[in-house]
Write a protein of this length. Structure first.
Length: 616
């Protein structure tokens, strides 16, 4: 799997992503733009009632024709009419601005919320389809941070900051024309200074972005520490290591504070510099404009309007300075989201991938090699075959590659060399999802999801009927304890199934595999963590599950595979031995040594049951 750094940092990535997300909401965006235009018009018109009062009421100057025409409908004397007109215009302009602002913010919030929803679902869908190799090298906390904090940042930017910039740009376009009409020489001051201010802000923006990227990385560390601590809370309490976990969080939090303070030092210098430059320009216009008013070369109203426009003209630059941190946060958030969305998948599906249909269950490993890290091979030249309907045990010491072998069958990973064949076809030639549909899994620790017992049993087959679910539960020896629960099959399962015992979780896991009705069954030490009584009940259910299926079982306790058709012994990533239980004991090799060790420890005592051969 690769992450293209060029694509991650190419310019315009934020604009493209946001434009793509906004496309479905074009109608709402049109309404927002209309409201924005009206709000801009209100903003441009806001200083003009004061100009009417100063020029036409106080100084008694002759108004423009359209002002005279509007004032005819107002009560009072000649001067009072203009004052009333200015007052009415002030209210109408404020009402137009208020209504426009309401419509704009109302629909902007709608767009922002739905954009965040679409992006969150899109990222989560992509994350769920990433190969397991991604999770071997990436922290879950960083993903959680992206799915929550980064998407919330993009939402805020799309819903608020972006529209604010649009309003500023529309306003500045209108004001430029009016400023040149009022006083072209003063307008040139604003036009001349603005580019230098923008260059200054953009130069510092890169530094702000770097600092913000560091802050977000440290925030991800905090989420990772918290997520790990909460997931392991029982272990933490059991060993009394609360202080250690608190220290880890404190260290991560302090690192985030230091990064945030470094970012603050960069961000805090931009806004004051821009504010000082803008004030110098305003001061010059105020001084020069006052002299012109005294010399009757400019009206007080025109100077007032011009000063109002000058402040608004520089507002986008000031906003950019003040929002440099917000824009940098949004840019970094987009980088992190796109960094996930643009991951190249390491398990490509061929365009002509075939539907396996209903598999017979013949499996062959043909000189298979695999490594999570190229420098450390896990499997080397693994070759063995399984006939349809056989029960195969896989054993070996820790790190011998047992779990890796079974992970290659459903294509959780692809081999670096050799082939894995199912029914004589390379698994890479099959449709990935169709291939996995043909396999059932019962793991050492069955993971249950928040929801009902019924939903957990039907997890691998959402369309299963109530009768199929109940029948699977009965075959898995789970029906009896389920119906004793407060709401039966509608009973809610706690997070990760912690409200149930280990044996109960395993039986629900077996029912889940039964209702899936797959021809290939993969068992990863399904009884290793159970007490003897729970083990008996679970093994009885497993025997029902195994009938008529090809079964591959990773076994820690050798008693569970005593009756297997064949046992494959892995050592150092190769097949060291294979044969029946009796044949391997007669070899007196690795399997024999494991058998003697477990016999001494009591793991092979008579009270531990044996799984009978599938179909027996």
């Amino acid at each position: 799997m690769r992450l293209s750094a060029d694509r991650e940092r190419r310019p315009g990535g934020m604009r493209r992503l946001i434009a793509e997300l906004l496309r479905p909401y074009r109608v709402w965006l049109a309404m927002i733009l209309l409201a924005t235009a009206a709000e801009t018009a209100a903003s441009l018109a806001a200083p003009w009632p004061l100009k009417i009062v100063l020029d036409n009421v106080i100084e008694g100057r002759e108004p423009l024709a359209w002002i005279r025409h509007a004032a005819r409908w107002m009560p009072g004397s000649h001067a009072i009419r203009f004052a009333v007109l200015a007052a009415v215009a002030t209210v109408l302009i404020a009402a137009l601005g208020a209504i426009s602002s309401y419509v704009e913010h109302y629909y902007t919030e709608d767009v922002g919320q739905w954009v965040a929803n679409d992006l969150r679902v899109r990222v989560y869908d992509h994350v769920e389809h990433l190969p397991l190799a991604y999770y071997d090298t990436h922290r879950t906390g960083a993903l959680l941070s992206t799915l929550t904090d980064d998407i919330a940042t993009i939402q805020e930017f799309a819903a608020s900051t972006t529209l604010g910039i649009v309003v500023d740009l529309l306003t500045i376009a209108g004001m430029l024309g009016l400023m040149f009409w009022l006083r072209w020489d003063f307008a040139l001051i604003a036009v001349g200074v603005a580019p230098f201010l923008l260059l200054f802000v953009l130069r510092f923006r890169k530094a702000v972005k770097r600092a913000t990227r560091e802050v977000r990385a440290r925030e991800s560390d905090i989420v990772s520490v918290i997520e790990q601590g909460l997931e392991s809370v029982r272990v933490v309490n059991a060993f009394g290591r609360q202080e250690l976990e608190e220290k880890r969080l404190e260290d991560a939090s302090r690192a985030e504070v230091r990064a945030a303070l470094r970012a603050r030092r960069v961000k805090s210098i931009v806004s004051p510099v821009v504010t000082v430059v803008v004030s110098l320009c305003t001061a010059f216009v105020l001084w020069r404009g006052t002299l012109l008013v005294l010399a009757s070369a400019m009206t007080a109203g025109s100077l007032t309007v011009f000063l109002s426009y000058l402040g608004k003209f520089f507002k986008p630059v000031q906003d950019l300075a003040k929002l440099s941190g917000t824009i940098a946060q949004a840019a970094v958030a987009v980088e992190r989201v796109r960094g996930i969305l643009e991951l190249d998948m390491s398990l490509p599906e061929r365009p002509d991938a075939r539907d396996p249909g209903t598999l017979r269950g013949a499996i062959e490993f043909d000189h298979v090699a695999f490594a999570y890290d190229p420098a450390t091979p896990v499997l080397r030249e693994v070759t063995f075959s399984i006939d349809p309907g056989q029960f195969i045990g896989i054993v070996g010491t820790t790190g011998s590659g047992k779990s890796t072998v079974v992970s290659l069958i459903p294509r959780f990973y692809d081999p670096s060399a050799g082939r894995v064949l199912v029914d004589g076809v390379d698994v890479r030639d099959y449709s990935l999802q169709r291939l996995r549909d043909q396999m059932g899994f019962v793991l050492q620790d069955t993971i249950l999801f928040r929801g009902t017992i019924r939903e957990n049993i039907a997890y691998g087959r959402p369309g299963a009927s109530e009768e199929q679910i109940v029948e699977a539960a009965k075959l898995a020896n789970a029906h009896e304890f389920i119906v004793r629960m407060s709401h039966g099959y509608a009973s809610q399962v706690g997070e990760r199934g912690t409200t149930l015992s280990g044996g109960q979780r395993q039986r629900i896991g077996i029912a889940r595999a039964l209702v899936r009705d797959s021809p290939i069954l993969i068992l990863d030490e399904p009884t290793a963590a159970l007490d003897v009584e729970s083990e008996r009940v679970v093994i009885e259910a497993l025997e029902r599950l195994m009938k008529g299926r090809t079964v591959i079982m990773i076994a820690h306790r050798l008693s569970t595979i005593h009756d297997a058709d064949r046992v494959v012994v892995l050592d150092g990533g190769v097949v060291a031995e294979q044969g029946t239980h009796d044949e391997l004991l007669s070899m007196d090799g690795i399997y024999g040594a494991l058998h003697r060790t477990q016999a001494r420890s009591g793991d092979l005592a008579g009270d531990h049951p044996t799984i009978r051969r599938a179909g027996a």
